[in-house]
Design a protein around this ligand. Structure first.
Ligand code: G3H
Ligand code: ZN
Length: 281
C-alpha cells in the first residue's frame, strides 16, 4: 500500500532499524526491488531521482509504482530524490508522490530554510512528507556533483525548529557512488544530532559500497533511512552484460532483475537487523 515517509520512519524509529530508499529507473528495476521487498516483508521507499526525471520517466514510473503498491499490503513510499525546488515538488505531488525531498544543502542556511518551509507547506497540503538536507553529500549522482561538507551542528536546531521536516539527511563524510577507498564517517555528528530538540529521523545518502559494520553502527546511532542507487544500477548492468551475448531477451532481463533483487535482499536484511514488520502474520 502507498504510504508516506513519515509513516515508515515512525515505524523504523520504534524498531531501531532503517528503511531502504532504492532508486528506480524502469519497470524491471521496480519489479526486481519489489521481489526482494515481498521476500523480506519490509517497508520500502521507491525513489525517483533527477536522472530519471531528466530522462522523461517520472510520469510512467509514478504510474507503475502506484499500480504495484496497490497490489501489496507492504508499505511503499513514492519519493522524489534530491528535489530542486517548489515547482518540481508540486509536479510530482500532482502525480501522486507521497513524499518529496528538497535538497537545499548547497544554499546558505537562510535560503535553505526559506525554500524548505515553502516545500514543507506544499507537501503538507497534499498529506505528503518532506526530507531536507544539511551538509552536502560528496560524489556524483545522476550527473549532480555533491559537495563534501559535514553537517554544521550549529545549524541543525535552528533549521529543525524553523522547518520541522519529517526527515533530515546529514553530511557525515558519506558520498554518492561507489567509494574508491573505505569511507570514514563522523559518527559523533549522528550522536550530536540525535540529542537535539525535535530532531526528526535521520537519513544517510550514498549507501552504495558502505561497509556493513559502518551501516550497522549508523543505524545503532539513529540513522532511520538509507539510500541506495549505484549498487542496484551496477547489478542490473552486470546482469545484462553477463547474458546479452546469448541474444535471448527475456532470460537476459530476468537475470539482470535477479542480480538487483539479490542486492535488495542483502540491504533489507542489513537495515532491519532483527526487526519484523507487523503486517507479517
Ligand atoms: O539519493 C540517492 C542516494 O544517495 C544514492 O547513493 O548511489 O551511493 O547508493 P548511492
Ligand atoms: Zn542522495
Amino acid at each position: 500500500m502507498l504510504t508516506t515517509l513519515k509513516d515508515v520512519l515512525t515505524f523504523a524509529e520504534e524498531k531501531n532499524a532503517a528503511i531502504p530508499h532504492f532508486n528506480i529507473d524502469n519497470l524491471e528495476t521496480i519489479e526486481a526491488i519489489m521481489d526482494g521487498v515481498e521476500a523480506e516483508q519490509w517497508p520500502v521507499i521507491l525513489s525517483v531521482g533527477q536522472g530519471a526525471i531528466k530522462a522523461g520517466q517520472v510520469v510512467y514510473l509514478s504510474d507503475l509504482v502506484k499500480r504495484i503498491a496497490s497490489e501489496t499490503d507492504i508499505p511503499v513510499v513514492l519519493f522524489l530524490d534530491h528535489g530542486i525546488g517548489y515547482e518540481q515538488a508540486k509536479m510530482v505531488l500532482d502525480l501522486g508522490f507521497t513524499s518529496v525531498m528538497f535538497d537545499g544543502s548547497r544554499l546558505p542556511l537562510e535560503e535553505n530554510i526559506r525554500i524548505s518551509r515553502q516545500v514543507k507547506e506544499l507537501a503538507e497540503s497534499y498529506g505528503a512528507s518532506i526530507e531536507c538536507e544539511l551538509g552536502s553529500i560528496g560524489g556524483v549522482e545522476d550527473g549532480m556533483k555533491g559537495g563534501h561538507n559535514l553537517v554544521d551542528l550549529s545549524q541543525v536546531e535552528p533549521f529543525v525548529q524553523a522547518v520541522h521536516p519529517d526527515a533530515l539527511a546529514i553530511g557525515i563524510g558519506n558520498a554518492h557512488g561507489m567509494y574508491k577507498a573505505a569511507p570514514s564517517f563522523d559518527f559523533d555528528r549522528i550522536r550530536a544530532c540525535r540529542q537535539m530538540k525535535d530532531i526528526p529521523p535521520l537519513v544517510l545518502h550514498g549507501g552504495s559500497g558502505t561497509p556493513d559494520p559502518m551501516i550497522r553502527k549508523a543505524i545503532e546511532l539513529g540513522i532511520r533511512k538509507i539510500n541506495v542507487a549505484t549498487e542496484l544500477r551496477m547489478a542490473f548492468m552486470e546482469g545484462l552484460e553477463e547474458t546479452v551475448g546469448k541474444r535471448d531477451f527475456y532470460p537476459m532481463l530476468k537475470h539482470a532483475k535477479e542480480k538487483v533483487t539479490a542486492v535488495v535482499v542483502q540491504k533489507i536484511r542489513l537495515f532491519r537487523g532483527s526487526a519484523v514488520w507487523e503486517g507479517k502474520e
